[in-house]
Design a protein around this ligand. Structure first.
Ligand SMILES: [Fe+2]
Length: 192
C-alpha cells in the first residue's frame, strides 16, 4: 500500500515509457546514457540524482515521432509526459533542451541537460572506432581530440556543448571526464 502524498515516476516506469515510444535500441541507449551522465552531474552539484537521471532518460522520448519535423521535437514529449507523474520541472528541462524553441534554459537542471545532451553522441562515436568498440578503451584525450575534428561525428553540435563553461561552470575536459566515467560505469546497460 502506498502511504499517500505525491508519488512520482520511478526509473522502471521511465524505462517502460522509453520502450513504448522508441523502437530503435540505440536510441533507447542514447537516452539511458544521457540519464547516467545527468545522474553523475547531479551528484557533483549536490542535486537529486533520481530527478536528473529521469530528465536525461526521457529527453529524446519523441525522437522517432518528430524526426521529420525538428520543431516538434520535445513538444510531443511534453504532451506525453504531462499525462504522467513526472515532476513539472523535469518536463520543462526536457522541453527547453531543443534549442530550436529558443527558450533560454534557466534552472541548473535545464542548463545542464541543454549543454550535455549531445556529448553522449561523440563519446559513443569514439567508442565505436576502438578496435574492441568498448567504452573501456576510450580516454578523455581521445574524446577531446575528436571534439576538435569537426568532420568526426559531424552531427554533434559542438557549440551547444561548449556552453558548459558559461552554463554550469565546467571546462570541457572535466565535463568529458565525468560523462565518460558515468557511461563507462554503465557500459553493459548501454551496450558499449
Ligand atoms: Fe539526445
Amino acid at each position: 500500500m502506498c502511504g499517500g502524498g505525491n508519488v512520482y515516476m520511478d526509473r522502471q516506469q521511465a524505462l517502460d515509457l522509453l520502450k513504448e515510444h522508441i523502437s530503435n535500441q540505440n536510441l533507447i541507449r542514447h537516452n539511458m546514457a544521457v540519464g547516467f551522465i545527468m545522474q553523475a552531474l547531479a551528484k557533483k552539484f549536490g542535486e537529486s540524482q533520481d530527478d536528473w537521471e529521469l530528465a536525461g532518460m526521457l529527453h529524446d522520448l519523441d525522437w522517432e515521432k518528430t524526426k521529420d519535423d525538428f520543431s516538434n521535437h520535445t513538444k510531443v514529449t511534453k504532451e506525453i509526459l504531462e499525462k504522467t507523474d513526472l515532476k513539472p520541472e523535469i518536463i520543462n528541462a526536457i522541453y527547453v533542451h531543443n534549442w530550436v524553441h529558443k527558450i533560454p534554459p534557466e534552472t541548473l537542471l535545464e542548463k545542464t541537460l541543454y549543454c550535455v545532451e549531445e556529448l553522449s553522441g561523440i563519446i559513443t562515436a569514439v567508442a565505436l572506432i576502438q578496435p574492441d568498440k568498448k567504452l573501456a578503451s576510450v580516454s578523455v584525450d581521445s574524446v577531446l581530440k575528436k571534439f576538435k575534428s569537426k568532420s568526426f561525428a559531424a552531427g554533434v553540435n559542438r557549440e551547444i556543448i561548449m556552453l558548459c563553461k558559461e552554463y554550469i561552470s565546467l571546462e570541457l575536459p572535466e565535463l568529458v571526464a565525468i560523462a565518460l566515467g558515468a557511461m563507462t560505469a554503465h557500459a553493459e546497460e548501454i551496450g558499449l
